[in-house]
Design a protein around this ligand. Structure first.
Ligand SMILES: *Cc1c(COP(=O)(O)O)cnc(C)c1O
Length: 428
C-alpha cells in the first residue's frame, strides 16, 4: 500500500494491495505488470465509449491551449454556454437552467439546496425530504442524509437531517408481484403527504435504477405515478441521474425511458465520457424564477473553485457528439445482455436476473446474509481479476455495466467468464 495515500472506501489494514494501472484503451486496462483486464464496470460507472477515446482527448488538449480555467463569477465562457445549450436541448423541455459543479455528490447538494430554498423564497418552510430505502446519492452531508442509512454513514447519523424513507419497489424479470409492491409504496407516499402537506420540500429518487444500493430496478410505471403524486401534492421531484444519465438505461436519460420530467435533475459520472470531474444540476424555470429577485437573500449562494471548468465542458461537448454516434450501441446493449440470460437462468446459484439498457444484474444465492458486506464480493472480485475481468460486486449482487464500445464477442467472453466464476465459487 502506498505510504502517502488514503484510499477511498477501504479499510487499509485489511484491503488487498491496489493494482497499478499503466494505461487504458477501449474496454482494456493495462497493468504495470503487463496484465490486461477488461473493464466490465466502466471504471466506477463513468466511462461511456471506452478508455482514452481520441476525440475527447483531442478536445481537452485543444481547450487547454485556449483557456484552461477562469473564475465563473462575473465571467463566462464559450464551452460552458455551449454545453448548457446542448444539455437543455437534450433534456426534458421544462428543464432550462444549468448549475455547474464538480461531482455527483455536489450535484445532489445543489439540488437539495435549490429545493429547500425554493420554498423559503416562496415564504414557506418545508423541513424534510422524502427518499427511498436502498438509495445512494453521494458522500457529502446532504447527499448522505437523503441516502439510505448504511455502514458508510453510520458514524455521522446524528449529523444527518430529517428524511422520510419509503420502500423502493425493486423488480426483476418474471416478477409477479411488482404492481402490488408499487401500490403499497404509493399508498404510503400519499399518506405521508396528506398528513403533512407542507412538510416536504422534495422527493429524491434514482429513476429506474438504484446503483450503489445493488442495481435495483423499478418500472417506468412507478416513476410515472411518483410524478403524478408529487404534482398533486405540490412537492418538488428530484431525479438523481448521476449514474443513469447519458445512455446507461438504453435511452439518453432515464427520464426519457420513464416518460417523466422531474423539476430538478442531477448529472455527473458519464458527462465527460469519463475523462474529467464535472457535474450539473438542471432545474425548471419555475424554480429559477423563485430565486430571481431584487432581494439578495433570495440568491443561491453556492459555487466551487472549479465550477464550469472549461476543460471539463470541452470534454462534455465532445462526449455529447459521441453520444449521438454511439446511440445504436447503447440502445442495442439490452438485447445483447438478454441473449446471454438463458445460460444464467439455468444456474441454481442465481436469482432475480434483471436488465436496464446497458446494465445487467443478478443476485447470487450465498450462505451469507445478502447485502454490501456479503463475503462473496471480495472473493469474486479477486477471482475475476485472475480471469482478466474487472468486476466489483455490490455484496451478493453481480452486475455488468460495460463501456458502449464492447463488441458481441467481448461481451460473450465476459458472460462465459461470469458463468465459470459462479460455478466454481458457489457449489450448490
Ligand atoms: C456515484 C453517485 C453519486 C455520487 O457521485 P460522486 O461523483 O461519487 O460524488 C450520486 N448519485 C448517484 C446515483 C451515484 O451513482
Amino acid at each position: 500500500m502506498d505510504p502517502h495515500i488514503w484510499y477511498p472506501f477501504s479499510q487499509a489494514k485489511t484491503a488487498l494491495e491496489p493494482l497499478k494501472v499503466k494505461a487504458a484503451k477501449g474496454i482494456w486496462l493495462e497493468l504495470e505488470d503487463g496484465r490486461r483486464i477488461i473493464d466490465c464496470i466502466s471504471s466506477w460507472w463513468v466511462n461511456l465509449y471506452g478508455h482514452a477515446h481520441p476525440k475527447i482527448a483531442q478536445a481537452i488538449f485543444q481547450q487547454a491551449q485556449q483557456l484552461e480555467h477562469v473564475i465563473f463569477a462575473g465571467f463566462t465562457h464559450e464551452p460552458a454556454e455551449q454545453l448548457a445549450e446542448r444539455l437543455t436541448a437534450l433534456l426534458p423541455s421544462n428543464l432550462s437552467r444549468v448549475f455547474f459543479s464538480d461531482d455527483g455528490s455536489t450535484a445532489v447538494e445543489v439540488a437539495l439546496k435549490m429545493a429547500y430554498q425554493y420554498w423559503i423564497n416562496l415564504g414557506q418552510k418545508r423541513s424534510a425530504f422524502i427518499a427511498f430505502e436502498g438509495s445512494y446519492h453521494g458522500d457529502t452531508f446532504g447527499a448522505m442524509s437523503v441516502g439510505s442509512r448504511s455502514p458508510f454513514s453510520q458514524a455521522f447519523t446524528d449529523l444527518l437531517f430529517e428524511v422520510e424513507f419509503l420502500p423502493f419497489p425493486a423488480t426483476h424479470l418474471q416478477d409477479q408481484e411488482v404492481s402490488l409492491r408499487e401500490s403499497l409504496v404509493i399508498n404510503q407516499l400519499e399518506n405521508c403527504l396528506s398528513q403533512n402537506p407542507d412538510r416536504y420540500a422534495a422527493i429524491i429518487i434514482e429513476p429506474l435504477v438504484q446503483g450503489a444500493g445493488g442495481m435495483r430496478l423499478c418500472r417506468p410505471e412507478f416513476i410515472q405515478q411518483l410524478r403524478h403524486i408529487s404534482q398533486a401534492f405540490n412537492v418538488l421531484l428530484i431525479f438523481d441521474e448521476v449514474m443513469t444519465g447519458f445512455g446507461r438505461t438504453g435511452s439518453v436519460f432515464a427520464s426519457d425511458r420513464a416518460g417523466v420530467a422531474p423539476d430538478i435533475i442531477c448529472l455527473s459520472k458519464g458527462i465527460t465520457g469519463g475523462f474529467l470531474p464535472l457535474a450539473v444540476t438542471v432545474c425548471s424555470e419555475m424554480i429559477y424564477n423563485a430565486f430571481y429577485s431584487d432581494d439578495i437573500y433570495k440568491a443561491l449562494y453556492h459555487g466551487h473553485s472549479y465550477t464550469a471548468n472549461p476543460l471539463g465542458c470541452a470534454a462534455a461537448l465532445a462526449s455529447l457528439e459521441l453520444l449521438e454516434e454511439f446511440k445504436p450501441a447503447f440502445e442495442g446493449l439490452e438485447a445483447k445482455h438478454l441473449s446471454h440470460f438463458p445460460a444464467l437462468q439455468s444456474l441454481p446459484q442465481v436469482e432475480k436476473l434483471r436488465v436496464m439498457g446497458t446494465i445487467a444484474a443478478l443476485d447470487l444465492i450465498t450462505p451469507d446474509t445478502p447485502g454490501y458486506f456479503n463475503q462473496i464480493a471480495p472473493r469474486i472480485r479477486q477471482a475475476a481479476l485472475e480471469q482478466g475481468l474487472l468486476l466489483r460486486p455490490l455484496g451478493n449482487v453481480l452486475y455488468l455495466m460495460p463501456p458502449y464500445c464492447i463488441t458481441e464477442a467481448e461481451l460473450a467472453h465476459v458472460y462465459r467468464g461470469i458463468i465459470q466464476l459462479i460455478e466454481t465459487m458457489l457449489h450448490n
